[in-house]
Design a protein around this ligand. Sequence first.
Ligand SMILES: [Zn+2]
Length: 309
Amino acid sequence: MALDSESFLPDAEDCAEAWRRSRWDEGLYCPECGSGQVQTRQENYRDHLHRYYCEACGKWFIDTTGTFLEASNVSLRRWVYFAREMDKGRAAEPIGEEIDVTKKTARRMAKTMRQALHAQREEWLSKLSGEVEADDVHVKGGQQGRDVSEQEGGRAARMRGLSERGRGTYAGDRPLVVSWVERGGKGRVFELRRSAGKKSLLSSGLSHVEEGSQVDTDTWSGYRLLGEVYQHRSVKHSEEYVSEEGAHCNTAEGEWSLFKPWWRRFRGIAKRYLHLYLSHHSFRRTYRDWSRIERTQAMIGFLILGVFW
Ligand SMILES: [Zn+2]
């Protein structure tokens, strides 16, 4: 009955073919010596992976040799399934249960994917430009940085114009997450800031937004330095949604409404991993026009390219 119990997984042959398209996109070569003088000797060595022989150095290898999958006991189709379910915004453990791996393995798989995505964000995250909105929330970390959930009161308090904001710090377990959102464009960036000061917000902007862009924010003082490199406009949220000159953060507001329910699923994240989760969310939101299959394939591609094994 093993076949039946795996029928919910993506087809092994499709997965192996997609893998080869990513892995050998610049041609088949020997991972040992780099030679292209390679013969395919077996087409279904295991799970439809090919086995090859290098004529130059005499070594045998398969499609996964020299990648993270070589050392993994989890099959490729399970990795693909896992990546696809993660893309839905699910947490690692319940997915792991479905594919019959331990909680520990599931957490490690998720971490490997997030690390690969984060390390290669320059490949998929280009600088935002044009009309950009910046906004922020504090996320709450509990004891020892665990039990992280969105800090409900913080944002509401700020919306009422109280001076609560900016006090939360990385060290104090209330780190700031800033979002940069391209209005009418695809770019979405969610980034952890270790401090909530003006310089920190400016440096985040310089990392993700082209100089000279128009940036709309609310009137919080943390955004005060943005005017030095951007056409900065601000809207006083306690009094208006759109300023007289047309500044608003409606697109960013819409993003938080998606961010918050996603974020709540990940209670218990150690603080030092928060940035990895945020990169994953930035990827999902930036490529929201792609199909889930396209995003999943891209994730597997980042794993192939990564150096995490
Ligand atoms: Zn070789």
